[in-house]
Design a protein around this ligand. Structure first.
Ligand code: GTP
Ligand code: MG
Length: 198
């Protein structure tokens, strides 16, 4: 499940502009600043591959990265940045919902949750919306290097409990990651490989 080659393919402003070659893809979703672009950089083992920033809301387009010539990983705009206007939030949800509801090659969504702060209402809303629309979801906890105290697993279990009312059957898979230490990178690649072959 190793990344032998990863290349940027295109940025799309609308779901209809995304690549149409039918290759399977995974979408990376989460709040602004949660570490979406950093995670892609970590998968690529490149520091500045996907654009990262200290300013939330940097990634505004749907960015397709082709891995090993066979599947895509997709960097989506972050949701719920605090100082966004209502109209730009509405734009975000129309734009991204259009992508999720119409993208037939979507294998699964990696919902990134910042493990260094309490989960936010938008995270619950997002998990809930994906669940109701039967879109396959994996929780990817980011910034696990920043979890304070001795028991990161306990903290993540607590997060899982908080999310539990948002899915009906079994809980979605979840992976702890850090783009600083590389924690979870190989596990995530394995997980995506299993989902592709499912
Ligand atoms: P938008 O594109 O604005 O939605 O943000 P993003 O989700 O792509 O976040 P990005 O990868 O740009 O990271 C935001 C900030 O968090 C940057 O300053 C990163 O260096 C930092 N960061 C990302 N991942 C980690 C992590 O695993 N650990 C730590 N300590 N910092 C991280
Ligand atoms: Mg980004």
């Amino acid at each position: 499940a190793e990344v032998k080659k990863i290349e940027f393919v295109k940025s799309s402003a609308r779901a209809g502009d995304c690549p149409k070659d039918g290759r399977p893809e995974f979408a990376i979703l989460g709040r602004s600043n949660v570490g979406k672009s950093s995670l892609i950089n970590k998968l690529a083992r490149k520091r500045e591959f996907a654009l990262t920033s200290k300013k939330p809301g940097k990634t505004r387009l749907i960015n397709h990265f082709l891995v090993n010539n066979s599947w895509y990983i997709v960097d989506l705009p972050g949701y719920g940045f605090a100082n966004a206007s209502q109209s730009s939030r509405t734009d975000w949800s129309r734009f991204t919902k259009g992508y999720f509801l119409n993208r037939e090659t979507l294998v699964g969504v990696l919902l990134l949750i910042d493990a260094s702060i309490p989960p936010q209402q938008v995270d619950f809303d997002c998990a809930n919306w994906l669940g109701r629309n039967n879109i396959g979801l994996t929780f990817v906890f980011t910034k696990c290097d920043k979890i304070k105290g001795k028991q990161p697993n306990d903290k993540i279990k607590h997060f899982q409990d908080l999310f539990s009312e948002y899915y009906r059957k079994s809980p979605p898979p979840w992976i702890m990651t850090s783009s600083v230490t590389g924690l979870g990178r190989d596990e995530l690649l394995c997980h995506m490989s299993q989902l592709r072959n499912y």
